[in-house]
Design a protein around this ligand. Structure first.
Ligand code: FES
Length: 254
């Protein structure tokens, strides 16, 4: 390869395979999700249709909510209640170790793939602002567990129709959503750390060892859980939204 070719080849790689496919897919899916979630949060409408509450608005904390979960914020809040909540799962995913790898590669081309040179000339890692904030991941994990409890509560409430106990497709949609987000949260590296990863020895903590082993097995599939739960949570909001708008109808089993 001549020097001229090297200067023209922006990424300077000898790889001949389609290494760009994965970062491109991440841009499309993650970028698409970010756009949809932001749009849905700004809507401030069609996030509740009895008995289903969109996960983008749960828990609903402001008095202006269509379906109030906890009245923590008074009537002075006149923006979308989603803004009170979405920064938690958003921050949790943004600081996730797996997503960091995915979006550093795809959005920042840093580097775009293995054996493909960085687009940026300098590399400062995560030692500067705003990347220093990635260290907050474990705190976002703690907050996300609180949100997760509310999402399971919503899934239970999804059996409580205005006319009484029942079950519809939406009930299953909300249960699957809570389940997938549980898998995503339990497989988190921070969860693995606090469940026993920080111990020097499991000798005197056999139960901790069992739990840590379980979390470690989930951790192997963290990437899969990250994507499936991301897509499902958006589909859950879409399902509730379309129901609320009257575009589709919920199929009731009983
Ligand atoms: S959520 Fe991915 S590492 Fe914690």
């Amino acid at each position: 390869m001549s020097d001229k070719t090297l200067t023209l080849n922006q990424f300077r790689t000898l790889r001949k395979d389609a290494w760009w496919k994965e970062p491109l897919l991440v841009v499309v899916v993650l970028g698409g999700f970010a756009i949809y979630a932001t749009w849905a949060a700004f809507q401030n409408a069609h996030y509740y249709v009895a008995p289903y509450l969109s996960p983008f608005y749960s828990p609903c904390l402001a008095e202006n909510c269509d379906h109030l979960t906890l009245p923590l914020v008074g009537s002075w809040w006149n923006l979308s209640p989603a803004f009170l909540i979405l920064w938690v799962p958003g921050g949790f995913r943004a600081t996730c170790y797996y997503y960091r790898k995915a979006y550093y590669r795809s959005f920042f081309l840093s580097p775009p793939a293995c054996a493909v040179r960085d687009a940026a000339k300098n590399y400062s890692g995560e030692s500067r602002f705003p990347f220093l904030l990635q260290n907050l991941h474990r705190y976002f994990f703690y907050l996300s567990i609180v949100i997760l409890v509310f999402l399971w509560w919503d899934a239970i409430l999804a059996f409580r129709f205005p006319e009484g106990f029942g079950m519809g497709v939406g009930t299953i949609v909300l249960i699957v959503n809570a389940f997938l987000l549980t898998l995503f949260s339990l497989s988190c590296n921070s969860c693995r750390h606090i469940s026993g990863g920080y111990l020097n020895s499991f000798h005197s903590a056999p139960l901790r060892y069992k739990f840590w082993s379980f979390v470690s097995r989930l951790n192997l599939r963290h990437m899969e859980y990250a994507w499936v739960s991301l897509i499902w949570v958006a589909l859950t909001d879409l399902y509730v939204r379309l129901l609320s708008m009257g575009v589709i109808h919920d199929l009731r089993f009983f």
